[in-house]
Design a protein around this ligand. Structure first.
Ligand SMILES: NC(=O)c1ccc[n+]([C@@H]2O[C@H](COP(=O)([O-])OP(=O)(O)OC[C@H]3O[C@@H](n4cnc5c(N)ncnc54)[C@H](O)[C@@H]3O)[C@@H](O)[C@H]2O)c1
Ligand SMILES: [Zn+2]
Length: 383
């Protein structure tokens, strides 16, 4: 990691730059105004802008100097991640006579980078792409690491490819227009990192009576900036050692087994990804406690307080209350059985043992899952 060099403009003082070295190298830049570097990163190469239509409306002008042509628009959010939308995007690339040497530039949240990245992976058997994530969730997590995918009705991200972007430009200035619910979703992934991967971040969030957590929840730009680089760098480190998720990278699935099942059971797009992950974190803690894996008995309380301070649901009951929906156990259990990590009918979970210490690939019997799920969350202090 390196900060902007001497002579950088004042607004660049907080720029973080690092490289993820896996089968491809990804140059990552995070900070206010980094979208202004897009033209230089492209260096005159022809690129096709694939953008979330809402983000284009709000922030398209920031790309004016990059020399891109007419954008290929994607529907907002998760609607971009369908098989028909992917086919349509590929046909539009072909209609533009996109060539092997051209690039795709993805401009939007995690849904846009997942869909545009998969199109780049498939088109002409793979062309290069650059991710310009515009959501907190995209900047802390989704744009980094080369996982791309679309959903099928049966499960989230069921069709995808590993195809790392050449560069990630995470311009934190665009986060100012994010709806509170989308910010909350990004904070769900941040909670995952703090609990399981970057314990120092948990300490930073908790310090001074949760000052950083409360500021981030309120959308304070400096607070959000402070959270992004530690998470993105931690993801980069895990991807560098385990690009294809055969071992340590699995840690990033903390909270995701139930999280994905919630998204599928509710209908893709109905529950913001990170909000579902937050409820999944609570579930993972409960399973860990139930199975005698917890080395720190107070961890569930600390994690529940983190969730409360970030405005996140601590469990499935709170998620249902927040979003005004009720998910039956049956579709949740069916979605769990369809999860990519499920093997031989047993769902696999990442479970916490202690702050920053995880047990990967824990197989859990269907009967135990059903029992814990039916409780809808451990009774805790009132919100
Ligand atoms: N590939 C990965 O490694 C990975 C990791 C985590 C999540 N994901 C995927 O990411 C997706 C979720 O991504 P997301 O949370 O970024 O949401 P998203 O891309 O669905 O966008 C959510 C909403 O925010 C709007 N938006 C985006 N940027 C904005 C801005 N700057 N200002 C105002 N509105 C803005 C969009 O128009 C959309 O309505 C899920 O499909 C999830 O599965 C992928
Ligand atoms: Zn996620």
């Amino acid at each position: 990691m390196s900060a902007a060099g001497p002579g950088a403009r004042e607004s660049r003082a907080a720029t973080h730059a690092f490289e993820v070295r896996a089968s491809r190298r990804t140059h990552v830049r995070i900070g206010p105004g980094v979208l202004r570097d897009l033209g230089a990163v492209l260096g005159g190469r022809r690129a096709h802008l694939v953008a979330d239509e809402h983000v284009l409306e709000l922030h398209g002008a920031r790309l004016a100097d990059a020399g891109l042509g007419d954008p290929l628009r994607l529907p907002r959010g998760e609607a971009a991640k369908t098989w028909p939308a992917l086919g349509d995007l590929l046909e539009r690339l072909a209609g533009r006579r996109a060539e092997r040497s051209h690039l795709v530039v993805a401009f939007g949240g995690g849904a846009t980078s997942d869909a545009a990245g998969l199109a780049a992976a498939l088109y002409r058997r793979g062309i290069a792409w650059i991710a310009c994530p515009t959501t907190l969730l995209g900047q802390v997590d989704a744009a980094i690491g080369g996982k791309t995918a679309v959903d099928l009705p049966q499960a989230k991200n069921l069709v995808g490819a590993f195809h790392a972007p050449e560069a990630v430009l995470a311009d934190t200035e665009v986060l100012g227009t994010l709806a509170p619910e989308e910010r909350r979703s990004g904070l769900g992934e941040v909670a995952k990192y703090a609990l399981g991967v970057v314990p120092d971040l948990f300490g930073a969030l908790e310090a001074e009576d949760w000052a950083l957590a409360r500021a981030a929840r309120a959308g304070d730009a400096g607070a959000l900036d402070a959270l992004i680089a530690p998470c993105a760098e931690a993801k980069g480190r895990l991807v560098a050692v385990d690009e294809f998720e055969r071992g340590p990278r699995e840690a990033l699935n903390l909270g995701h087994t139930l999280g994905h099942a919630i998204e599928t059971a509710a209908g893709h797009g109905a529950v913001p990804h990170g909000v579902a992950v937050a409820a999944g974190l609570g579930f993972a803690l409960e399973l860990a406690a139930e199975m005698g894996l917890l080395a720190e008995p107070d961890l569930p309380d600390r994690a529940a307080e983190l969730a409360r301070q970030l405005g996140l649901p601590r469990n499935l009951a709170e998620l249902e209350r927040d979003l005004g929906l009720r998910l039956d156990d049956r579709p949740l259990l069916a979605a769990l059985a369809q999860d990519k990590k499920t093997q031989g009918g047993k769902a696999r979970f990442v479970l916490p043992r202690a702050l920053g210490r995880l047990e990967l690939g824990v197989e859990v019997e269907a009967a135990r899952i059903a029992e814990v799920l039916a409780r809808r969350g451990r009774p805790g202090p009132a919100p």
